[in-house]
Design a protein around this ligand. Structure first.
Ligand code: PLP
Length: 393
């Protein structure tokens, strides 16, 4: 650049080339464009998710590092990182569905996914059948010639219903129907692709990121062709992950195994103490022997059952509200999977889109309270919960 005007040199700073060393961590490639020396190389880059980087919406090295790390955790042919968990849900549904297609989805679904499915039904005539998710025969009975997708969640929110992924995926095998599993609640505990799922989704906003400081999502595909189709559509959707968020998610991933193990152990401890409390009618946690799918949960998640639990307060809606406000250490907030514990009352917040019948079908009561157990000492958490229970009673 010597010999150019300073104004031109300001636009073309030298890019340092590593000489004999390399960064140990993945750098943040914040730039959205990549330059080529060869026109054919640029043309080839448009061809697919694993070709050269050329434009940030289609791929970025920092984002790719996160995608490859998620593929390492979940298995599969490849991952597409998205700007949020709902970006991942949209990428999957919009890639795989056309007007008039049919989806079989479990009843207890993340609220945003439920709303999106019903939006697609209203506007584009996508047909949706909800099933309880207790018996794979529900799937066989719901199958239609236009069924394209079976949509499940490893651990449902907030009921903690666990679906027998291998049995349900087997029910559609050979029919051409793909099985997608939202594994947001159980990363590193369950690998749905090992159990016959075709696609795994994550809200990286939750356990993968783990610190409550990013929005992010991921779609992991068992099949390279599906991976490519999701890539194509998500680039059209414009829901690609931001490099800085991907970098924070990568940093979060490094401690995810320890965080998830600790949160699972603390949640089991708190669930047991809640189950013995007189103000509590029922506790939903897959690690409790009384949980309806405890045996399935043990088979799919031998090392723990995640940090989310829910319980019913005998005092109903009013008690649910009072309890969430009485907690001091646990914050009232609409997320989960962070280092800090969080509480929420689903009927008035995350699931407010659902009418009374859908709420009941999804197993959510007026007094249901959801806890996301964080990394605090479990004795401190229990002291806060016990105090709030007394106040709400
Ligand atoms: C939070 C969440 C989502 C949506 O993720 P965002 O990152 O908030 O868009 C999807 N599925 C489940 C199970 C979730 O908990």
């Amino acid at each position: 650049m010597n010999g150019y005007d300073p104004q031109t040199r300001a636009v073309h700073p030298p890019v340092p080339a590593p000489a004999g060393s390399r960064p140990l961590g993945v750098p943040i490639y914040q730039g959205h464009l990549f330059a080529f020396d060869d026109a054919d190389d640029l043309a080839a880059a448009f061809g697919g998710p694993r070709e050269a980087f050329f434009y940030g919406r289609m791929g970025n090295p920092t984002v790719r590092a996160f995608e490859d790390a998620v593929t390492g955790i979940e298995g599969g042919a490849g991952t597409i990182a998205t700007a949020s968990g709902m970006g991942a849900v949209n990428a999957v549904l919009m890639t795989l569905l056309r007007a008039g297609d049919h989806v079989i989805a479990q009843s207890a679904l993340y609220g945003g996914t439920y709303a999106l499915l019903h939006d697609l039904a209203d506007r584009w005539g996508v047909e949706v059948t909800h099933i309880p998710g207790d018996d794979p025969d529900e799937v066989r009975a719901a199958l239609r010639p236009n069924t394209r997708l079976l949509y499940l969640e490893t651990i449902a929110n907030p009921t903690t219903h666990v679906t027998d992924i291998p049995a349900f995926a087997a029910a559609v095998r050979g029919t051409g129907v793909l099985t997608a599993v939202d594994n947001t609640f159980a990363p590193l505990l369950c690998r749905p692709l090992d159990h016959g799922a075709d696609i795994v989704l994550h809200s990286a906003t939750k356990y993968l990121g783990g610190h409550g400081d990013i929005l992010g999502g991921a779609v992991v595909c068992a099949d390279p062709d599906v991976h490519r189709r999701v890539w194509e559509h998500s680039t059209e959707l414009g829901a690609s992950a931001d490099p800085f968020a991907a970098w924070l998610a990568l940093r979060g991933l490094a401690t995810a195994p320890m965080r998830v193990a600790r949160q699972s152990a603390s949640a089991l401890d708190i669930a047991g103490r809640l189950a013995a409390h007189p103000s509590v009618q029922g506790v939903h946690y897959p690690g409790l022997t009384g949980h309806p799918q405890h045996d399935v949960a043990k088979r799919l998640m031998p090392d723990g059952h995640g940090g989310v639990l829910a319980f019913e307060l005998t005092g109903g809606r009013a008690a649910g509200r009072a309890f969430t406000e009485a907690l001091e250490l646990v914050s009232l907030g609409p997320s989960l999977g962070a280092a800090a514990s969080l509480v929420m009352h689903p009927a008035s917040t995350s699931h407010r889109q659902m009418d009374a019948a859908s709420l009941a079908a999804a197993g959510i009561g007026e007094g249901t309270v959801r806890l996301s157990i964080g990394l605090e000492h479990p004795d401190d958490l229990w002291a806060d919960i016990e105090r709030a229970l007394a106040k709400a009673a």
